[in-house]
Design a protein around this ligand. Sequence first.
Ligand code: ZN
Ligand code: ZN
Length: 271
Amino acid sequence: MEGSITSLDSILEMYQEERFFLIAICSTLLSIAAFLAFALPWTWVAYKNPESLKKYRVQGRDIPVKRWFAPSLQRFAINSLVSFLGVLVAWPVLRRSGIHAGELPAWYVMVGQIAFFIVLDDLLYYWMHRAMHTRWLYKHVHSVHHRITTPYALTGNYMHAFEFMMTSTLVLVGPSLVGAHVVTLWAWIVFRQLEAADGHSGYDVPWNPALLIPFYKGPAYHDFHHRRFFGNYAGFFAYLDKVFGGTWSKGYEEYRRAQQQRPEPQPQPEP
Ligand SMILES: [Zn+2]
Ligand SMILES: [Zn+2]
């Protein structure tokens, strides 16, 4: 009896650690705030659909902002909660990962680590996403995200809770591997939510600040995945579809070529 009380005490102590507050609670809240901060301005643009920006729309279809606004917020809230509960359950394991709140590393170490996380996460996401397109997983999990055929930023986290948890788990792989500082983890989470929001914005504007990120080609890449249902499986960088057997979405390469030749892009006509 005394032994079980002692072990219960030691479990409760794990949840009173400062690291639990910083890694589990603060990271979840930051993730929610970052996604909304990146997604809401582009969602507002999609809602207003200004004439001056119509030429930058990736798709010529109407943007169903009202149809998916409340469902997207609802899914994101539920998914964030489920993901937090997952972290809660996994905390006894996660706390041993090496993610720490000790001395801050040099800025170039943080930048290097985040670059590594971006590339690693994208690679892992590519294969997870291809797996999600196998028959069973697509039918029971990933088809939820593909209800959105004309994405806008807030729909970026409209997905099945299981997919959101898997995606969140991949985000933690890099930081766990290198034993990152919690501030590096936070910066990476903010960046990952930029990826989620920007990739679904629906506007391929040449002045998009996200295009400053090396090798990022803009939201048209993932937009084609939603429109065609197949191909363009990576989360962020298009090169993986070339490396792993030419899994481009139909029409994407032509879109890119046409865009390079034409300074003023036009929305794609519907097939
Ligand atoms: Zn997909
Ligand atoms: Zn998507």
